[in-house]
Design a protein around this ligand. Structure first.
Ligand code: TYD
Ligand code: MG
Length: 477
């Protein structure tokens, strides 16, 4: 007979315990165990026993596989992040902070697909568990898509949703906003708990695979910024997209962190306007838009995001510290990486910077993860310290090694081309890897190769006055 059983399930990793505890032993999260009631029927299943299974027939790696047809939405930034369009029968998960624009993006995408903005019209369903029909309609009016033939419903019961979608003529794209509001009536735990989220997603994904529709799930994020619910949700879907951006900025960045059907380092850039999300086809121009030229503590980094070159301004402020432990505040970059650049400046080039408060900011709300930004950060820091601007109309990129050497980075030409397009005339770059790669291959820009961080420090006239003489062991090898 089925008997009710109380378990305590960790809401961050899904581990279950018979007793409550303050800390999850499996993932180390504090205060994450929540009581969930499950019905267990009888003892756990036994091993295989003696019954024999069917033998598998192995095949080769080549075979007749139809090329995956993709469903393009016509919103180019979204299609790019999905790897060229959504794949039929796949599951997408979109995570992001509350109010970042997930529902807006989804409604716009559904409308574009239903209107056949880029290809044939598709049957699209938008199922909202968070907002009422009126709220969604109001938003549709605001986004100017209220005439699009989107199938709209407000529902939270997975049983109803599955019965509705389980038809050969069902919709081809289904958006579920959000998976945390859905519930399965066979489970006793509340919507949003690990077991509900996992079971609901499983049912939807199973149906999507068998009926061949694309399902897009919206997922909430936790305070730490990961998608709420167990990590298994990210394992279950084919594509995980994060929608990020600073609330105060109008830019929104859609980033693929997992994609079984395309690259994962691709980003899409949007701007939140009063009529919804607008695509930003040329982000560099936008990120550099209100840059002040010739200010100190600012350097323009020529980065690569996915397949796209992107220029961003890196700003640094160096101020004498009044505290015993100087402050380090970093927005849009890795704090550990900053510590490394500071240590190299101090130990290898004799720049006395460590005792100051240091603030570093990537303008426009972008997050940079490339090590190639090291040199641009160093340039901004030195410039801020000695109060002398970086040479005008110059882009900077290069990775810094612990001995102070500047390492080559990938796609130099793409970076230089983008810089040239935006009117830059010079570049501080790492030395070229091979002699046969001619410098200046990309015409207009004059790359100036920097072999060691000390050479960069030497470019600032006022730096001569502040650098310390290094004893044996420091400085250039
Ligand atoms: P929303 O899509 O509801 O966020 P999420 O689903 O991720 O929680 O986005 C809501 C925010 O976007 C809200 O703060 C208002 C803003 N917004 C605009 O600025 N312009 C618009 O046209 C719309 C629809 C929303
Ligand atoms: Mg929403």
């Amino acid at each position: 007979m089925a008997r009710a059983e109380n378990r305590y399930v960790c809401q961050s990793c899904g581990a279950a315990y018979p007793k409550w505890a303050g800390k999850c032993d499996a993932c180390g999260a504090w205060n994450s165990l929540v009581e969930e009631v499950t019905r267990s029927s009888g003892p756990p299943p036994k091993g295989l026993g003696s019954a024999k299974g069917r033998a598998l027939s192995f095949v080769g790696l080549t075979g007749d596989t139809a090329a995956t047809a993709r469903r393009k939405s016509g919103i180019a930034e979204l299609d790019r992040v999905c790897g060229g369009g959504m794949v039929p029968g796949s599951a997408l998960l979109i995570g992001g902070d509350p109010g970042i624009g997930k529902s807006t993006l989804l409604l716009q995408a559904m409308a574009a697909l239903a209107q056949g903005k880029s290809e044939a019209k598709l049957d699209c369903a938008y199922i909202s568990g968070e907002e009422s029909l009126d709220q969604v309609r109001l938003r549709a009016v605001r986004l100017n898509v209220s005439t699009a033939p989107v199938l709209l419903a407000a529902a939270t019961s997975i049983r109803d949703i599955i019965s509705t979608l389980d038809h050969a003529k069902g919709p081809q794209v289904v958006a579920i906003d959000s998976i945390q509001t859905m519930y399965l009536d066979t489970l006793d735990s509340a919507p949003g708990t690990v077991s509900q989220v996992r079971a609901s997603a499983q049912e939807l994904i199973r149906l999507a695979k068998s009926r061949g529709f694309t399902v897009i799930l919206v997922g909430h994020v936790t305070k730490e910024g990961t998608i709420a619910g167990p990590r298994v949700l990210e394992h279950m879907v084919d594509t995980v997209l994060y929608f990020e951006g600073e609330r105060g900025h109008q830019f929104r960045i859609l980033r693929a962190v997992k994609n079984r059907y395309g690259p994962t380092d691709e980003i899409g850039v949007f701007e939140m306007t009063d009529a919804g999300l607008a695509e930003v086809p040329n982000p560099s121009a936008l990120f550099l838009g209100d840059r002040q030229r010739e200010t100190t503590g600012s350097a323009v980094f020529a980065g690569i995001e996915g397949t796209r070159p992107m220029l961003v301004e890196i700003q640094a402020l160096v101020a004498p510290s009044t505290l015993g432990t100087p402050r380090r505040a970093v927005v849009g970059w890795d704090g550990n990486r900053l510590a490394m650049v500071l240590a190299v400046l101090e130990a290898r080039c004799g720049v006395p910077i460590g005792a100051n408060d240091i603030y570093l900011n990537v303008a426009g709300g972008l997050r940079i993860s490339e090590p190639a930004a090291d040199l641009a950060v160093a340039a901004a820091l030195i410039s801020a310290l000695v109060r002398e601007p970086v040479p005008p109309d110059t882009v900077v990129f290069g990775e810094i090694g612990l001995s102070g050497e500047i390492r080559p980075v990938s796609q130099t030409d793409a970076r230089l081309k983008e810089a040239e397009k935006l009117g830059f005339v010079a570049a501080l770059t790492p030395p070229r890897r091979r002699a046969k790669e001619k410098p200046g291959a990309s015409s207009g820009i004059q790359p100036r190769e920097i072999a060691h961080l000390c050479n960069l420090v030497g470019m600032f006239e006022k730096a001569q006055g502040v650098t310390r003489k290094l004893g044996a062991g420091g400085g250039r090898p």
